[in-house]
Design a protein. Sequence first.
Length: 314
Amino acid sequence: MRKPWRIALTTIGAIVAVPVLALAATSIVNVVATNVEAGDITPYGEKVSVDGKEMNVLVSGTGDETIVLLPGLGTAAPALDFQPLIAALDDTYRVVAVEPFGTGLSDQTDVPRTAENITGEIHAALQQLGVDRYTLMGHSISGIYALTYTAVYQDEVTAFVGIDSSVPDQPGSDEAIPTSVIVTLGNLGITRILSGVAEDPYAGLPYDEATKAQMALLTNRNAAAPTLVDEMDRTPANFAAVSGATFPASLPLLLLVATEDADVEGWLSLHEAQAASVDHGTLIELPGSHYLHHTLSSEIAQDVRTFLAGIPAS
């Protein structure tokens, strides 16, 4: 887990510097634009029913083995964000990209965003799809959720692959996320304005213009919505719930760790210890920053193929 909300702190000065009438105008424009944009969102994937609500999933590929992709915290459109990685994997595996409630095209929910609830809902969605044997592959905060998940559904998970995944007790994991700032920026329309004038965060990456436009629309819709805000508020507690936890010793573990990510002290050594905690653990350092799947999807896919092929038969 990184700190994507830092932009909120560095731009909070924009609020106090803008006249009240201007802020009122941006707030109104934001509400109108959000309502208008709802009609511009193009459906993708398929919906499954979980606890009376709809969760969106995208299934690609027809391989005999299944990989389930789980997003990092704050990813507004997981199935689209993972698009390059899905394309690199789905010629070998059946890939299931899950959009937890509050992300992508999935419904919002008022069920508390505890790790237990989030993982239970993901499992229910997989059950609806008939997915009962799979590799779990998660980015960032999903490394924490995966600990809760594998403790309960160990018999279903054949391996875990972490994409610069979070680990228990990492420095800063007890820090509260300033969600009130994020919500304020969103409600005032400041986030929309900043996004509109900022450089394209996907420039030079393997996303077409239509996909980037859809991700922008879903970011405007989901980034400060109640479900994601609740998950952010509960993040320190979700870390605390797995303090000292390890994966089952028999679970094969592949950790792909970014070499250009110095946001957390001891990041590499924390992952080295996690890899050493299981019988079949492998750590691979990859050149890049936290979102490795944006830049190195082909390399990740090859590492996954090699690792999964080398797992001893049980």
